[in-house]
Design a protein around this ligand. Sequence first.
Ligand code: NAD
Length: 477
Amino acid sequence: MAVSVGKTGTQSFVMTIGGECVPGKMSFGVINPATGKVFAEAPECSAEQLDAAVSAAERAFPDWSRDMDRRRQALLACAEAIKTHAEELAPLLTREQGRPLPLAHQELEFSLGWFQFTAGMNLPVEVVQDDPTAYIEVRHRPCGVVGAITPWNYPLLMFTWKVAPALLAGDTVVIKPSPYTPLTTLRFGEILNEVLPAGVLNVVSGDDELGAMITRHPAIRKVAFTGSVATGKKVAAAIAPDLKRLTLELGGNDAAIVLDDIDVETAAAKLFGYAFANSGQVCCAIKRIYVHESVAAQLVEALAGIANATKVGDGMDPESQLGPLNNKPQFERVIELVEDARRSGATIVTGGKPLDGEGYFYPPTLVTGVGSGTRLVDEEQFGPALPIIRYTDVDEAIRNANDTTYGLGGSVWSADPERAVAIADRLESGTVWINMHMMPNPAAPFGGWKWSGVGVENGIWGLTGFTDLQTLSIARA
Ligand code: NAD
């Protein structure tokens, strides 16, 4: 492990460029959100170092793109390498991201499971003509160098959703994590480079401008981006001049529509989990609940019971069920959205104020007496503050659920699956769930409608997003 002591006396990390461990000429501090204090330093990638990373990926491409079986084996070796280093990586993830340690382990398990699943996938070949005059097949060819950019909420899973399919498809990668959570990704770079050929995977770190440089780099042929809608739009504009391929996985404002026939206690436990996992910092968390008036009071009471019993604290404390918000701007945003709701006359049922002491801790907060027009309902809060909105007519709930520029996910909750599916059919989102929410599956496409994204990740649809189509035609007459 190539770490050293940085200028503030904290641990300092390195980038991986062309198979080498490369320190930055400059570095930046990484804050532990449980303390609000810098605990490590990450390298600041220079323009020259980014060029070197892209050149290394270009050089590695011809050989890497040649042999799919070799790439499959390499992905399985990546999964093994992650498993071997899980005990080191999980606490580091908790310290930079904030979530409780068991959930950091869970992210590592998901990541290695995704590498394993992806290793077993195939790129489809479709024969569209096979007769005495011609043989024509449509196949998928790798794009070249992929520039990947990830957010801070699930740094390793978002890494995996891009790197695993890109590598299997035959692309080579330059990836940049969020400046809030660069450390585990930098370590992933070092660890995976022990089992990958030099230059196939390059990991650089830096601020938002480094992301912009990746999107503008002429030798990068595809950008795979996960982050906010606002940044996603900048990325789309930046890649336009040289028509790079693009996947955008952006924000969400997922609605859960709760029907009048649910078992309240069972549904409440699940709804709470899918709304407050990772302290609400999940793109496809439940961000609004629309509940039928006949069960609304009971549901709010059941959710409040769970919220009040939930222990919020440092992710390294085994008692903690929810950790801090990841960073100060996000912490301040949640505070502001709840205050805005309060000013508009909302009822704050639980929580509603940051916890005393250091760190970015905010308790699970339930808000009623709000509706469309309140920022907490209309905007993506990305934090532990959940608006619960009563409805009388389910058509009105569906209309409100769809009345947004977001379209990532949505769910319907009912004892009658057929009734629920009929409502789900009317939701405008990339995924619809019944009596569940949030859980992605490596075999199923995940992506957003409207401003929640362009293209998808996962499944065969995500894999082929790292390729260009090529038609092979052979004359026979
Ligand atoms: P963000 O958009 O601020 O940053 C994401 C990444 O983009 C970071 O690495 C950042 O440094 C980089 N970046 C910033 N400006 C850039 C630019 N001009 N060009 C290129 N890169 C740039 O998002 P965030 O705050 O890190 O993440 C939270 C958001 O991500 C939420 O909206 C959440 O819903 C979304 N998200 C979506 C998914 C999904 O799969 N749809 C998954 C996780 C998170």
